[in-house]
Design a protein around this ligand. Structure first.
Ligand SMILES: [Fe+2]
Length: 369
């Protein structure tokens, strides 16, 4: 077992081959013993969680890309359950739902709508252990929970300093059964988080260091993942990369690529990680002067011959497993201006260090069409 250095981020990051032991140790360090278990049906059955946490109340049917209605239902269902902590085991949607339940419990407010922008104070501390089974969102180290408001067609966030998990447990064995397509989508999300931290108006040395290390780990390991998805050392590096990228955006937030991704996910169902990674290459071009030192660093440390080769590696990341053009997802060329308009109204767009016009965003969409 080892810890990961995490700058000023308050999450205790534990890298281990024994997630169960690390979880119970983390709960004991927090002085709690009755966690609410938040997970998905598949994870609960695959890991035999009812045997590992025999007396724990369970919120066990979390769906991907949770909506406001699903988050509210999870908060309502767990309101009367007795727990002193949370253990969330699963992908980003599970971890984010756990955070929403935790926020409601800590604030003693069980109306999701009131929790957005909550300034009513926190009544109690409910420690939370996050155990990711994917290597993408980095939610295990951030203070946000993403919620998909399908009624209004926007992505929303719960955000509060009290939402940083108490501990993140990274055990590569939990990611070995993740199918290759979802594995790539996860790593593409982490790759996008990393670049978002670089072209961000909130960029700083710590975030840049995390982001560059994450990019190198992802680009080095994705080809190996495609060859052998069951290789634990590859998964360990990709899990570490996702948390590093999470640490980076916990300092900067996300930016343009995520702003562009939200309408692509909400309107066309493009999985989040893929939607957030598709715009990367044209955005690298638009931000090239800002990125020149970082791109040189990556070319040198990845032993590449040129930036063109780096571009090629990024382009190749989803292939041949995932679709990588908007036209393949049923997007019509006529819809690009509206997607550009929606992208420019998304919260994260203003984090771009390079001011981008709606015409710039349209050019990005045309480049990936
Ligand atoms: Fe993301």
């Amino acid at each position: 077992m080892s810890a990961m250095s995490n700058s000023d981020n308050p999450v205790e990051i534990i890298i281990t081959d024994d997630w169960q032991g690390a979880c119970f140790d983390a709960l004991a360090r927090q002085g709690v013993s009755r966690p609410l278990l938040v997970t998905s049906r598949g994870t609960a059955s695959r890991l035999g969680l009812s045997g590992i946490f025999p007396n724990a109340p369970v919120m066990g049917d979390i769906q991907p890309h949770p909506t406001c209605e699903q988050m509210q239902a999870a908060i309502t269902r767990t309101r009367r359950q007795k727990f002193d902590s949370l253990v969330a085991i699963g992908g980003g949607s599970v971890l984010d739902t756990g955070k929403a339940i935790r926020m409601a419990s800590q604030a003693e407010c069980h109306e999701l709508e009131q929790l957005f922008g909550w300034d009513g104070g926190i009544t109690s501390n409910v420690p939370m252990v996050c155990i990711p089974t994917t290597h993408g969102t980095g939610s295990e180290v951030t203070k946000w929970a993403t919620i998909w408001d399908r009624k209004d067609g926007i992505k929303r966030s719960l955000s509060n300093d009290q939402l940083y998990p108490s501990a993140a447990i990274l055990d590569a064995s939990l990611t070995l059964s993740l199918p290759l397509d979802l594995s790539l989508i996860s790593s593409l999300d982490a790759l996008s988080h990393s670049f978002e931290a670089l072209w961000n108006k909130n960029a700083n040395d710590a975030a840049t260091g995390f982001a560059l290390e994450a990019i190198m780990l992802i680009l080095q390991n994705v080809p190996r993942l495609k060859q052998n998805p069951k290789e634990a050392s590859v998964r360990r590096d990709l899990l570490r990369a996702a948390s590093l990228a999470g640490l980076a955006i916990s300092l900067t937030q996300t930016a343009t690529a995520h702003a562009i991704s939200y309408p692509l996910t909400l309107k066309f169902g493009i999985p989040h990680g893929l939607a957030a990674a598709l715009p990367l290459l044209p955005l690298i071009k638009l931000n090239r002067s800002l990125l020149s030192e970082h791109l040189n660093f990556l070319v040198k440390n990845l032993n590449l011959s040129s930036e063109t080769e780096l571009d090629k590696q990024i382009t190749e990341t989803p292939k041949p497993i995932l679709k990588s053009r908007l036209a393949e997802f049923g997007v019509s060329r006529d819809e690009l201006p509206e997607i550009a308009r929606l992208s420019c109204t998304a919260q994260r767009m203003t984090n771009s260090a390079t001011p981008l016009s709606r015409a710039d965003v349209l050019s990005v969409l045309q480049a990936i069409y």
